[in-house]
Design a protein around this ligand. Structure first.
Ligand code: NAD
Length: 267
């Protein structure tokens, strides 16, 4: 499939699907090191909307992107109060992992997944059984809150109890600082050690699977490029085109729940 400069889109309703997935399953079997990068698209089947898909939060409300910045959050108590209200009703708090999360946890338990890098903050990979040692939550996790002054961490659930009992913007119980979900906001740097680990994984793998991501958030979107540059095969599983499609070894369209389950059945 590789070498013509254009990835070959494998559509799930075409006859070639099983042939394409058979070949990808062969790549998984023969790879020494497999790395996966997951995005918001892997969690839409758990009821958590993505940002840029057809029903994405920002597709429907472009202004919401601006409100997600660290600058607004730190400077405006009304933005924080709104953010806490949104956290109270965030679908991730009640969501369950779906078959795509389970396929990745299964690949790991078979010794076929070295590192799982996720852009998701919903904690569903851990809930599906992926082990914390092999998981890099590169944009953090909303299961915890962090104090922006002293750095102390505590469970999101405890902070939400305080919001429910009438505190619009609960502050740190140790130092009085501003609390925020332990996620990377716009305008905030990634954790250097996580990024370095993700870079090493992408550089050192034989097969890189990009799953349910628009590959438009940097620096994470560089990771499959690093893998390509180091000679790894790259496969994209996504319902919509991405900027990297022309350069990769295979493209698998349709639902990632369906395509990953079909792949797992061939392994
Ligand atoms: P994105 O919204 O930019 O892109 C998601 C992609 O997944 C889209 O191209 C969409 O077409 C595709 N998609 C959606 N559902 C799919 C499905 N069932 N099967 C196949 N493809 C599907 O998401 P991104 O690239 O991850 O970047 C968005 C940023 O938003 C990330 O940094 C992430 O931290 C954050 N985010 C996280 C969550 C979460 O934790 N679940 C949800 C929304 C956004």
């Amino acid at each position: 499939m590789r070498g013509n400069g254009w990835g070959e889109r494998v559509s799930l309703d075409l006859h070639e699907t099983s042939t394409g997935l058979q070949e990808i399953a062969g790549w998984v079997r023969e790879a020494g090191t497999v790395v996966a990068l997951a995005g918001a698209g892997i969690s839409t089947e758990s009821g958590i909307p993505d940002f840029r898909g057809p029903n994405g939060v920002w597709t429907k409300d472009p202004k919401a992107e601006k409100l997600a910045s660290l600058e607004h959050y730190m400077s405006d108590p009304h933005v924080r109060a709104r953010a806490w209200q949104m956290r109270l009703h965030h679908p991730a708090l009640t969501a369950r992992p779906n078959r795509a999360h389970q396929v990745l946890a299964g690949l790991e338990s078979k010794g076929k997944l070295d590192t799982l890098i996720t852009q998701n903050i919903d904690g569903l990979h851990l809930a599906a059984g992926s082990s914390p040692e092999r998981l890099i939550e590169i944009h953090g996790s909303m299961r915890e809150v962090v104090c922006m002054s002293c750095g102390s961490r505590s469970p999101m659930a405890s902070a939400l109890v305080r919001v429910r009992s009438g505190e619009p913007d609960p502050s740190c119980e140790s130092c009085g600082g501003i609390l925020k979900s332990a996620t990377i906001s716009f305008g905030q740097s990634l954790v250097r050690a996580d990024l370095e680990r993700a870079r090493r994984a992408a550089n050192g793998c034989d097969l890189f699977l990009a799953i349910g991501t628009s590959l438009s958030v940097y620096p994470v979107a560089y990771l499959p490029r690093l893998a390509l540059a180091s000679g790894a095969r790259v496969v994209i599983f996504n319902a919509e085109p991405t900027p990297l499609d022309p350069f990769v070894d295979a493209l698998v369209g349709g639902s990632v729940g369906t395509s990953l389950s079909a792949l797992a059945a061939l392994l």
